[in-house]
Design a protein around this ligand. Sequence first.
Ligand SMILES: [Fe+2]
Length: 292
Amino acid sequence: MKTELQLRPPKVELDVCPKQVPTLTKGAGIGLRSLHYQYILNHKPKVNWFEVISDNYFGDGGLPLYHLEKIRQDYLINLHGVGMSLGSSDPLNKDYLIRLKKLAARIEPDWVSEHLSWISVGGHYLNDLIPLLYTEEVMERVASRILQVQDFLGRQILLENPSPYLTFTDSTMTEWEFVERLVKKADCYLLLDINNVYVNAINNGFDPLTYLDAIPGSRVKEIHLAGYEEREKYLLDTHGYPVHPPVWELYQEALARFGAIPTLIEWDTDIPSFEVLMAEANKAEGFLEKVQ
Ligand SMILES: [Fe+2]
């Protein structure tokens, strides 16, 4: 297996619709967490697809991978990473990409996704996804890194919009302008996290519909929904609550613009019973059916 990264210059910006590739991912899915492995294996709930945090399955064996492969026998599983550090000035982490490629070969996901953020500096890794400065220079660098990653993995990736708690005065464009141009330049797809758009809009003071209106619909392949925590002066993106009403409303606005995009329920803290997640997924499914 070839493991060296193939470098190539960024492509010129595309102004045409991307090639539409068939997708097996349909309807509403659920973020798969270890708490629910046994329930899923025992009960085989009617779920369209699951998504896991790729980084949790990078070992060559062990119980997490054992359960993942067992569940994969009955369900499609997509891979969602946190450690690629696409926005970092560090070199791309080859070991990380090799492990991700091996996992993808094993699990055969429909999609591999990552965040628009950075997490490492000088080879040291942080525990949080850090936002980027939105400038031409940063866009060139991130686009080039996404192209290298896609060449190495042999597939286009999905890029998830962040939920930053600050903006930089040195940014020369809005996040939605940056995202819209970046996904075209890097010829990747977009994982549109509606909760992130809403949290970002409230915390940083903009109209979330302005964000949605700027998004190139043909690039949106997946949607995330999650629950935030209300703090005194801001919203915290904890993924620890049911999806809040304004996020459901914004979700319907997104579906009206982009169609029935496969949608994942994410829940990462204070994880409830699987039935609660199913109820959230069924609610999303109801909205999806209305636009099909
Ligand atoms: Fe998300």
